[in-house]
Design a protein around this ligand. Structure first.
Ligand SMILES: *Cc1c(COP(=O)(O)O)cnc(C)c1O
Length: 359
């Protein structure tokens, strides 16, 4: 799905040199690379505070804590996302309430959201799935009317904008992941929390480092969830190129769209703000059989996600919430095609050619 070596080809020498520099510096935790990365990523995203951490799941957990979400609180989120979104809600003792999605966008349906609110609702955790910003304006207005906090899971939307502000800046806090396959992918695990709120920033900063604001003084129980110097150093280099990388993803998406226009598949929403973490189509034919035949012919493709969250056994004990017919329908018919910076038009043509033969 992602050829990271091709993706990194043009910066491979700089990446290797940076890794060696950090190894030779003798400084591996909370040094100049982390401080530099946090400053540069805050500038790029346009936020006041950027606090790095160990991974995207921790970024979500820290964001929820930063918003004061805890036991007994209900957090509304989409029924169609990676498991970590709801796992983080449960890690802080809160209860996820799964909301159905809009079939066109794969993101939470604002009308459904309104229907699922109860007296215990405290927050909405919006996910910008596949790199397409969720309907923030409608979601924010629902949050305002019901006194809910808005949080954003931006694990798949690094660099995406909504109404000319980057995702992550619309809610009280935004959480990002630097898992290698993400749009700003690192070389191991990494994560980031952003906010404009000084109190929330203070909480997150303290919690990521054992509940401590100054060394060996602990205000509360926290986590060991720091980004390391090697990751930060390498991410600084990739951050310089993120606009070009995301532009390449948009170009590849346009090629897919153009080549698929007469095919029996539904392409993702055509939107300038999309950063195409995935290019996910909806098939009318037997998706599993198509996937199997493509895989057998050496074409990578994947199903994100085959099981809607309401059908996950880990969530079987959740209080029965809203029905998720659209999540269930799309989980049976969606198929993600390869997309990554460095993928050529010829490769896209091959994927489309094979797909057309197999559907
Ligand atoms: C990847 C991802 C996460 C978790 O990030 P990790 O860095 O793997 O912990 C959370 N939410 C979504 C939507 C993701 O895609």
């Amino acid at each position: 799905m992602v050829d990271v070596l091709t993706w990194h080809q043009s910066i491979q020498d700089r990446l290797e040199q940076k890794a060696i520099d950090v190894l030779r510096s003798g400084r591996f935790i909370m040094g100049g690379e982390v401080a530099g990365f946090e400053q540069e990523v805050a500038h790029y995203l346009g936020c006041k505070y950027a606090i790095s951490c160990a991974n995207g799941t921790d970024a979500l957990v820290l964001s929820l804590h930063g918003a004061g979400i805890g036991p007994g609180d209900e957090v509304l989120t989409t029924g169609f996302t990676f498991f970590a979104t709801v796992e983080a809600i449960m890690q802080v003792g809160a209860v996820p309430v799964l909301v159905d999605i809009d079939a066109r966008t794969f993101n939470i349906d604002p009308t459904e959201l309104e229907r699922c609110i109860t007296s215990r609702s405290k927050a909405v955790l919006a996910v910008h799935l596949f790199g397409l910003p969720a309907a923030i304006r409608e979601i924010q207005s629902t949050c305002d009317r019901h006194g809910l906090v808005l949080l954003e899971d931006c694990a798949q939307s690094f660099g995406a904008t909504y109404q000319s502000r980057k995702t992550g800046n619309h809610g009280l806090l935004g959480a990002f992941s630097f898992f290698p396959s993400k749009n700003l992918g690192g070389f191991g695990d990494g994560g980031l929390v952003i906010t404009h709120d000084p109190e929330a920033a203070k909480t997150v900063k303290m919690l990521r480092n054992h509940g401590s604001a100054s060394q060996y003084h602990h205000q509360c129980k926290g986590y060991n969830s720091r980004l390391d110097e090697i990751q930060a150093g390498l991410l600084r280099i990739k951050l310089e190129h993120i606009e070009a990388f995301n532009a390449e993803r948009r170009q590849i998406a346009q090629w897919y769209r153009e080549l698929l226009q007469d095919s029996d598949v539904i392409c993702p929403e055509d939107c300038q703000e999309h950063v195409y973490h995935q290019f996910t189509v909806v098939l009318t034919s037997n998706r599993d059989a198509v996937k199997e035949r493509l895989t057998a012919r050496g074409i990578a493709c994947a199903v994100y996600y085959p099981v809607p969250l309401n059908k996950q056994s880990a969530l079987a004990k959740l209080p029965g919430g809203c029905e998720l017919p659209v999540c269930e329908q799309l989980s049976r018919h969606c198929l993600s095609l390869p997309i990554y910076p460095g993928m050529t038009r010829e490769q896209v043509e091959t994927v489309v050619y094979m797909l057309n033969e197999e559907i």
